[in-house]
Design a binder for this molecule. Sequence first.
Ligand code: PFF
Length: 449
Amino acid sequence: MEENQQSRAHFGSKFGVVMAAVGSAVGLGNIWRFPYELGMNGGFAFLLVYLLCVLALGIPVMLAELIIGRRSRSNVFSSFKVLSPKGKWHYLGIAYVVAAFVISSFYFVVAGWSLEYVYQAITDQFSSRSPLELSQAFTAFSTDAFRPIFWTIIFIFLTAIVILAGVQKGIENISKVLMPILFVIIIVLCVRSVTLPNASEGLSFLFYPDFSKINSSVVLSALGQAFFSLSIGMGCLITYGSYVKKDNNLLKTSVEVSVLDTLVSVLASVAIFPAVFSLGINPAKGPELVFITLPNVFMQIPGGYVWSILFFLLLALAALTSIISLLEVITAYVSEEFKVKRRTAVFVASLLLALSSSLCSLSLGEGSVLKLFGMPLFNFFDYISAKVLMPLGGLFIAIFLGWFCSKKMVFNELSNEGQLKTRVYELFYFLLRYFVPIAILMVFINELR
Ligand code: PFF
């Protein structure tokens, strides 16, 4: 299916829009990043701060991206050109495409790991391993020169197929099917986790409101987490917004997406921690928690074989719907700006991503020289996207829409040309102009210190 500016593709239904955006938002960030942050940073107290960040910062930036996208009906680069023809803002659009490329490069690697673990779960490889062997197996696998790259390339291939099928038939349809499945899997895992003996210890680790842990750096990490988790600050939702029809209520969409994304983060925590505590295992951070601790947990609970398959399937599906949105940012840009067929754009983008993801994966190998600023390429890309590109991206989106576009246009877009009315629009505008830029600047400065 070819799509160009004249007959631009669009999402077919409102449900499809929400599912596609939730698909982008719900990903590795929810499943292995959030639970740890919640548990370590004051439990319920962190949750309150996080909710505040989502409300006061996440929803406004998400809404701003959707407005820019839907108004301009363009890819990230051209969207700025359409809304500000005389400005130089579109050069910024290139930074968003680069950000999508950088995030995809390391995200594909972890997505590939999840496929390997689906395979290992299905072939029942965890049960024969001791906790130490599970840890050694993960290190051996992730630092291997070939196997992770093999899975990464398979993942790129799967993603490319979805993108090739087009916006409605590919992205929308797969999200409409996969997101409900993902919800069911996560709820089943939650029920399993909280019904284990001593599950309450894990629940209290997560939800005990420890306000003494809340300090400025915890507030700032909640902000950073909100950014990454909601897929905001890099034009992803500008691209998706450009496929949203005029009768869609953008405010409602942003609220629904944010609520669902946050819900999945909380459910993922409930699925993971009670199970970990039930076995008296120390919760670890990031990749170790998911790829070492959890296989260990699964092997010790009844029905662990099935739970492990379900969990890694959940991880792979969540990663797939997120990475689709990243590849779509690049594809829309390449096909529209270089006037090539969508097929060609997907092919070129996939090839380049296969190359950069492979380099990211190889950078984790022992003694690898693939380093930037003293960090393996993988870690550097992770660092620069969440801590530099996304905060800066969000800052510029807020400044662009809040200060360089007409208020009338913004309100027309919010209210579907005057058909919808609510006082919240004024609040949104205020947050966008003042609160969001200041808050993001604070995150950014703090992270760079
Ligand atoms: N929101 C995704 C996650 O939580 O894993 C990550 C992500 C996807 C970030 C798409 C940015 C993006 F454009």
